[in-house]
Every structure is written in C-alpha cells, then in structure tokens.
Design a protein around this ligand. Structure first.
Ligand code: HEM
Ligand SMILES: *[C@@H]1O[C@H](CO)[C@@H](O)[C@H](O)[C@H]1NC(C)=O
Ligand SMILES: *[C@@H]1O[C@H](CO)[C@@H](O)[C@H](O)[C@H]1NC(C)=O
Length: 215
C-alpha cells in the first residue's frame, strides 16, 4: 500500500458523456476528470459489481508511442484480471494483474496462441499506487509500450479493448512470481472506446505520474 495522502483524499468529479449504443447492455464508458490533479480518464465498466473496472488516461500526443495510465479495480472475488490493448488475446500487449499479500503484481504478457501468454518485455510498467481492502484490490500503472507494438499495430482513435478475469482459486499458482503461470480466465468482454475521451493536455499526464511517485 503506497497511496499518497494527497491522492487518497481526492474527490472525483464525474462528467458523464453519452455512452455509445454499440456497447453491450449495461456496460458504460464515462469520462471522469479529477479537479485536483486535472487528470481525465475514461472509465470502462462492465456494469456489474462482480466484474473489474478499468480507467485509462492518455496524453494528447497525436501518434504513438506515448505512455498510458491504466487503473484496474477488481472485486476480491477475482483472482486475476487482464487487459488486452488490441481488444483480443493474440498478438497484442496484455496487462495481467493479481493481488499478492498487500501488493498487486503487474505482469506484461504476449501470446500468439490460445494458451498461457509468455512474458512481454517490450511493455514496461511503473506502479503508481495500489490498494487492497475487504471488497476490492486495485492498482494504477503507467505503461510504456502499450500504445504501439510489433506488426505496425497501434492504438486508433476508435479502439477495441478487451478484458478478462478469473474467479478460479487459485488463479495464479505462484503469486509472488511476476511470470507465474495462470489458470484460464472465467469471463471476457470487449469495448469499442473513443480514445479522444481519455486524452489529457500535454504535461498533465507527466505531472500526474511524477506526483504519484513515478517519474
Ligand atoms: C492462462 C492461459 C489462457 C488460456 C488457455 C486462454 C485461452 C483462451 C481461449 C480458448 C479463448 C477463447 C477463444 C475463442 O473464443 O475462440 C480466449 C479468449 C480471450 N483471452 Fe485468453 N487464455 C489465457 C490467458 C489469457 C490472458 C492472460 C489474457 C490477458 C488479457 C487473455 C485474454 C483473452 C481475451 C481478451 C480473449 C477474448 C478475445 C479473443 O478471443 O481473442 N487470455 N482465451
Ligand atoms: C488501427 O487501424 C489500422 C488501420 O485500420 C489497423 O490495421 C490496426 O489493426 C488498428 N489497430 C488496432 C490495435 O486495432
Ligand atoms: C475499497 O477499495 C475500492 C477500490 O479502491 C474502493 O472503491 C472502495 O471505496 C474501498 N472501500 C472501502 C470501504 O474503503
């Protein structure tokens, strides 16, 4: 647990934008801006309390590469949660997170087949904060290498994102090992996201990462 007191006490101001009718029923995408840090992110919620929630913030850099902030909030019923930057399991950066004691592990993965994804060193993460309480575990990271990847792939203005989660116990057999094997997910979902809604003025993202103890 290394939550800055400043960040812990922040209230968030919700400015709801219309969510698109293409989304699966009940799931929402909402732009939320924090009045104290000025950081805005898009919140992706599957609309169910037993599913994970994701928040993404990008700089307004016109084209990749750029660093991205990703926050994942998981109910404690989930043993691991994953995020797929190209919307699918194969050939795109996969962010996989799970609780380990008071920490949350952040694992960078990649796969070319529907089996256990291997370590992916081309995306690197800085943990900005993590927390755990009786109902949820959460982690906020800055990713370098999630905006573009091998095969000339890059995030587009309208981007499909994918997520998975697991309720298996155990879900992660060696939780202290960032490259632990994983047992296969039990839920999956996808969103088309208007990345414009996740953009921030130049410098805001950098300041935010600095204030959160990254650099
Ligand atoms: C642990 C071993 C894993 C196995 C055996 C596995 C296997 C599979 C299978 C069989 C599917 C369904 C394919 C279909 O419907 O045709 C799938 C979908 C998916 N998996 Fe995995 N998976 C694993 C780990 C992961 C991890 C770590 C992620 C991280 C994000 C992930 C992300 C996804 C996503 C986003 C989908 C839905 C989109 C798609 O089908 O590509 N998987 N997986
Ligand atoms: C972005 O758009 C290009 C051109 O349509 C496409 O080839 C590429 O796969 C897209 N990237 C992702 C991550 O979906
Ligand atoms: C537990 O953590 C979650 C995620 O950070 C948060 O939304 C929730 O308010 C926390 N609950 C309590 C009782 O502090």
């Amino acid at each position: 647990m290394h939550l800055l007191p400043l960040l812990a006490t922040l209230a968030t101001l919700t400015t709801a934008l219309p969510s698109t009718s293409l989304l699966p029923r009940q799931s929402t995408t909402t732009r939320i801006c924090n009045p104290t840090t000025s950081l805005c992110h898009i919140q992706l919620s599957p609309g169910s309390p037993d599913k994970p929630l994701f928040r993404i913030a990008l700089p307004d850099t016109p084209s990749p590469p750029y660093d991205i902030i990703l926050e994942i909030v998981s109910p404690t019923s989930l043993t691991w949660t994953g995020f797929a930057w190209g919307g699918k399991m194969l050939r795109n950066p996969l962010t996989v997170v799970w609780p380990n004691g008071d920490d949350v592990m952040v694992s960078s993965r990649w796969t070319t087949f529907y089996g256990l994804p291997r370590a992916y060193p081309s995306a690197t993460y800085k943990t900005l904060r993590s927390s755990r309480n009786g109902t949820h575990w959460s982690v906020e990271v800055a990713c370098s290498g999630c905006s573009q990847w091998a095969g000339q792939q890059q995030l587009n203005d309208t981007q499909q994102f994918g997520w998975v989660s697991s309720t298996r116990t155990p879900g992660v057999p060696s939780p202290a090992n960032v490259n632990s094997p994983l047992y296969v997910h039990t839920s999956t979902g996808q969103w088309p996201v208007q990345l414009l809604e996740a953009r921030n003025a130049a410098g805001v993202l950098q300041e935010y990462v600095k204030a959160a103890g990254g650099e």
